[in-house]
Design a protein around this ligand. Structure first.
Ligand SMILES: [Zn+2]
Length: 407
């Protein structure tokens, strides 16, 4: 039995390849057992080969990212690989995709099943200008930019994991990999770092993203942040660039916008001549000193609503209710409505509130008293649903009012 050592000649401008040991895939059964065992114990390191057209200056950068990938992840995925959690499977497949010049995405998910298709899995887009698949620096193709932004290429490459027991009837379950299709409908890219997900494999890019997050939290504009990022020292001519949308999405929308939304809402109401009243809560430290002021509720109405309310709710009736899930902050919207003498419904006032507690209704009704009924009789009847916080509040906040419940 002989082992053959092959050393292919290095192509132009490329570093010599690592020698690859080719072992016979079949060992005759008549050979002694220890030879089989010895061959099984030989671990063949997977040698990553750069794309033949990859710019030589980029090879060490991609190689550096490859070196951080567990060698087993560079092997093609195989049916039956096991994972404790789906994110492990995603990482394993994404690592393989990087080594091969494509990217996977999280596709449709069901109970106990996750799909991981190629990023180009969606139906093909029209190529009216008949551009080549790849860009080239030497002008040998008619495409100027790499086609990574237009993702739809109807690619069938897909793996999936399912949560199941390995033996029929066994109770222990785990995530098991299944391979559906390993072929691409497109050429893989020359530089895998051209995909946004893989860009983060460069430590400099990860550092740039962290810095951009700090810039975003400091409320720097996109342009100002880009100027800061330009000053990051670079080892090569790689650009660390975030698109505008990526930059503004770095911080989760709730964290980012909570204060901005409230401030803009109050400014907008102020400009529109709304009457606004706000209920705050205070966070206290151990010495009972206030360290933070939180908005709990906003009450608002305009002069037109006030006139209608004085005319048609005073000494008559109104109806109140709350609406859920209508804004990014998940604040409830309380509305009081009534009807005019021509049977037209009108809204008397509004209130945004964080929660539906008794004090929420107390504040809502107190504001109505002070803003709507300060110089006229209050409403005689109120129609409400059976929210227990409201029915608890009304006998105290409006003891004279007649309560009428509805579903
Ligand atoms: Zn593909």
């Amino acid at each position: 039995m002989t082992f053959e050592l092959r050393q292919p000649p290095p192509p132009n401008n490329l570093p010599p390849k690592q020698p690859t040991l080719y072992l016979p895939t079949y060992l005759p059964t008549y050979l002694p057992t220890y030879i089989h065992v010895a061959v099984d114990l030989i671990v063949m390191p997977t040698v990553w080969q750069p794309h033949p057209n990859l710019d030589p200056s980029l090879i060490p950068i991609v190689q550096r990212a490859i070196d951080r990938i567990p060698p087993a992840h560079l092997e093609p995925p195989a049916d039956g690989e096991l994972f404790d959690i789906p994110s492990e499977a995603y990482e394993r497949l994404q690592n393989y995709a990087f080594s091969q010049g494509f990217q996977i995405v999280i596709g449709s998910c069901g109970v106990g099943r996750r799909n991981y298709p190629c990023i180009h899995h969606k139906a093909d887009t029209k190529n009216y200008r008949k551009l080549d698949d790849h860009a080239s620096k030497d002008g040998s193709t008619n495409r100027k930019q790499e086609l990574t932004k237009i993702k739809a290429k109807d690619c069938k490459w897909r793996c999936f994991i399912s949560y199941r027991s390995l033996d029929r009837g066994a109770e222990d379950k785990t995530w098991v990999l299944g391979v559906r299709d390993q072929t691409h409908s497109h050429d893989v890219v020359v530089n895998p770092l051209s995909y946004d997900t893989h860009k983060k494999r460069q430590p400099e890019q990860a550092k740039a993203i962290e810095l951009a997050k700090t810039n975003r939290l400091s409320k720097l504009t996109y342009r100002a942040s880009e100027r800061v990022l330009e000053n990051i020292p670079k080892n090569n001519d790689q650009e660390f660039h975030l698109f505008k949308k990526q930059y503004y999405n770095l911080i989760s929308s709730i964290t980012r916008f909570k204060e901005e939304i409230i401030t803009e809402l109050l400014q907008c109401l102020d400009n529109s001549m709304f009457i606004v009243r706000i209920r705050y809560s205070y966070t206290l430290n151990d010495a009972d000193a206030s360290i933070q002021k939180n908005i709990e509720q906003i009450f608002l109405l305009n002069n037109y609503q006030r006139e209608l309310s004085k005319r048609f709710i005073s000494d008559f009736m109104m109806k109140t209710d709350a609406t859920f899930n209508i804004n990014a902050l998940k604040m409830l919207l309380f509305v009081a409505v009534s009807v005019t003498n021509t049977a037209m419904t009108f809204s008397a006032c509004f209130s945004f509130a964080i929660s539906e507690f008794e004090e929420t209704f107390n504040f809502f009704i107190q504001c109505m008293h002070e803003e709507l009924f300060n110089d006229c009789l209050p409403s005689r009847i109120i129609i409400v649903d059976q929210a227990k916080e409201l029915t608890a509040s009304l006998p105290i906040s409006m003891p004279e009012i007649q309560l009428q419940l509805c579903n």
